[in-house]
Design a protein around this ligand. Structure first.
Ligand code: FE
Length: 200
């Protein structure tokens, strides 16, 4: 079975005005779909379609011919990262986390505000295309960092908790080149229930 584009967890206008329906139509409908289509094309005849996407990214690449590994990784990771990104947001999101996640963030970064500042810096300061992440390492420690292009914490055996897509295609329709404005507004969409669930 080829991979398919997962359904969005909300309508395409649900995140407006922070992220417009037009951005969703392009970002989800065109970019995310293209990664799925490319991935399926690359995997044709390999028999690897039956793997979970996360398994393909973390351990499936070695089963591919060498020259296919990088393009498969790039497209598979972009499919996974985008699905994760959509789930990190919801209509009426934002605010601050509660419970165990809030305690862990305060322990790791000093305060929620300090965490938000670090994450914002990682997102806005990242050079070129990429992603900002809150992730948990194998020892359970929380980390904030950015990754370039398709790179994903999954591949480093880390558990992603929250991400912000900082590729230009995420914001150029609504914010032009103003990435900082996009990231500032993006905080109002964060789905902390989803982040808490990832934290476990
Ligand atoms: Fe994107």
């Amino acid at each position: 079975m080829p991979y398919s584009l997962p359904k969005l967890p909300y309508d395409n206008d649900a995140l407006a005005p922070v992220i417009s329906a037009e951005t969703i139509d392009f970002h989800y409908g065109k970019h995310h779909q293209t990664y799925v289509t490319n991935l399926n094309g690359l995997l044709e005849g390999t028999g690897l379609h039956d793997m979970e996407l996360s398994e393909l990214i973390t351990s499936g690449l070695e089963r591919l011919q060498k020259e296919k590994r990088t393009p498969v990784f790039n497209n598979a990771a972009q499919v996974w990262n985008h699905t994760f990104y959509w789930n990190c947001m919801k209509k009426g999101g934002g605010g601050a986390p509660t419970g165990k996640l809030a305690e862990a963030i305060t322990r790791a970064f000093g305060s929620f505000d300090k965490f938000r500042e670090l994450f914002t810096k990682a997102a806005v300061g990242h050079f070129g295309s990429g992603w900002a992440w809150l992730a948990k390492d194998a020892g359970g420690n929380l980390e904030v960092f950015s990754t370039a292009n398709a790179a994903t914490p999954l591949a480093e055996k880390k558990t992603p908790l929250l991400t912000c897509d900082v590729w230009e295609h995420a914001y150029y329709i609504d914010y032009r080149n103003a990435r900082a404005k996009y990231v500032e507004a993006w905080w109002n969409l964060v789905n902390w229930d989803f982040v808490s669930k990832n934290f476990g």
